[in-house]
Design a binder for this molecule. Structure first.
Ligand SMILES: [Cu+2]
Length: 93
């Protein structure tokens, strides 16, 4: 491998590492969640927040696991979004 190719590869690896570590994950404990319909409402509310990349809802645990870009949004905005949808939440630390 040439010097240049090696340098390029190193750049690429460090860059993809930076992108991968850009996202943050928050686990939210949700109140009021009782059925699948509630879950969908919360999921939609979270997905409408700019910067949210992925949401996983768990009805048994009453949690939402949210992957988001901390440069675009934060946990307070996420909490506000579910609260406005009728489901107050707290973020696990
Ligand atoms: Cu419901």
């Amino acid at each position: 491998m040439s010097m240049l190719a090696r340098f390029g590869l190193a750049m690429f690896l460090s860059m993809s590492y930076a992108f991968a570590s850009a996202s943050q994950i928050a686990v939210m404990d949700l109140q009021n969640i009782q059925c699948y319909g509630c879950m969908l409402t919360v999921k939609k509310a979270l997905q409408n927040v700019p910067g949210v990349e992925d949401t996983k809802l768990d009805l048994d645990q009453k949690t939402a696991t949210v992957k988001f870009d901390p440069a675009k949004t934060n946990t307070e905005t996420l909490v506000k979004a579910t609260k406005n949808a009728g489901f107050p939440a707290t973020v696990r630390k």
